[in-house]
Unconditional design. Structure first.
Length: 146
């Protein structure tokens, strides 16, 4: 009888461990960005939606600069768009998020598929820098989790 109780306890603990890992992120990666202009996009990743969690992107150590000049600044916010590769259509937007550098951009569970993020622009000194600007953005650390 004692072995049965211990065996059942072991199975219960194993089940709890499996259940607790189900809420963890499916995968993540760390990278960087150098010289990005609004419209630049990340490399893509495949989300099988095995974990049913949100997609998150955080940019850290962010600065912007104007090439061939000494001008540089730290943006107060950065806007990213999550994009989904829709078969037969191409990259389709799944919503934009604006956050300060170091803060997560989060999209609720977008489902399974192939994704990437695109830089829409940033705000620096109260001015919006979007498509058409000559300024560039660097992020020394980029975290992507899905």
């Amino acid at each position: 009888m004692k072995r049965v109780k211990i065996g059942m306890l072991g199975m219960l603990l194993a089940g709890l461990m499996v259940a607790s890992t189900a809420v963890a992120a499916q995968a993540d990666r760390n990278t960087s960005m150098s010289g990005w202009r609004p419209g630049s996009a990340s490399s893509s990743w495949a989300d099988s939606n095995a974990t049913n969690v949100s997609t998150r992107v955080r940019l850290s150590s962010v600065n912007v600069y104007l090439p061939y000049t000494p001008l540089s600044a730290t943006p107060s916010s950065v806007q990213l768009e999550l994009q989904y590769d829709q078969w037969g259509v191409g990259w389709v937007g799944r919503g934009s998020r604006t956050s300060a550098p170091g803060i997560l951009h989060t999209w609720a569970n977008p489902g399974s598929g192939t994704y990437r993020f695109r830089l829409s622009g940033w705000t620096s000194s109260g001015q919006w820098f979007g498509t058409g600007t000559d300024w560039r953005l660097n992020a020394g650390a980029v975290f992507i989790g899905w």
